[in-house]
Design a protein around this ligand. Sequence first.
Ligand code: GLY
Length: 334
Amino acid sequence: MVNRRHFLTISSLVGFLPSLSFGHSRSTIANASSSLKDAETVAGVPPIGPVVISTWKQPKANAAAQAVLDQGGRALDAVEAGVRIPEADPDDMSVGYGGRPDRDGHVTLDACIMDEKGNAGSVTFLEHIMHAISVARAVMEKTPHVMLSGEGAFTFALSQGFKKENLLTKKAEKEWREWLKTAKYKPIANIERHDTIGMLAIDGQGNISGACTTSGLAYKMRGRVGDSPIIGAGLFVDNEIGGACATGLGELVMRTCGSFLVVELMRQGRTPQQACEEAALRIIKKQEFKDIQVGFLAVNKQGEHGAFSIQPGFSYTLSQNKQTQVTDARSYLK
Ligand code: GLY
């Protein structure tokens, strides 16, 4: 969200780093990162009342979540209802049914959910069940555990009444077979730039919950699990402070406990925007970032939000129809 204050903040940083070209100096990035600590708030001004925000272009998912909140429902119910929309959408090829398979042709899903009390549930490497997010919620509410994986998660899902389904659509299978012809069976990090859905909501009671669900990296090695089901990586909620979620190359988010970091930075006084920027800059401080994408989205207890990504292209959806392109590190530093 570019407003005058945001423009001034970026202008002052560009002025602060006049000779930079993107992607070279680690120390320069460190400078930018520490400058952010003093930056003015650049988060969007939120509407008063319930808030729904999600990664990428997700107006239908947000509408489903908003409908729950409009009826006085819990943020937890809202985020589950919201992310079930892309999970069931065969045209969304990064989430649920219709998701791109691993390199052996199997669709495997990762998801997690977190409520305002700090309860969490997660499934990883789940096959044949469309609504991974609802299985994650069942793990949270009906087991003493936080995470179930693979065969165990699938068996648990069946025991809870979930239906076994083929999640590989004709379209996804065709694309995968095309990929096999040239790819030499070699997974390529981030070729599709991951439109994982992460959703954060604040309900009428001011309580925050979040959900994150994905089919993960396209044509990944069998058994690969990304950040999306990892509490603190793909998603973290602390009802006193706020919530954050991540999209993009999960390996990078896991190595930095990305969403936990964003929430902890907000705890230390950063706005959601500053926290997302600092978490993303911490990733690129450690490695070459030409071909990698990570995006963070955050909301604080006051309903202010922020988002930031390493590469251009990341967007988020606030409420039902306002899609906003996110500021990225490239435009920040060049
Ligand atoms: N962020 C989704 C994944 O890496 O699987």
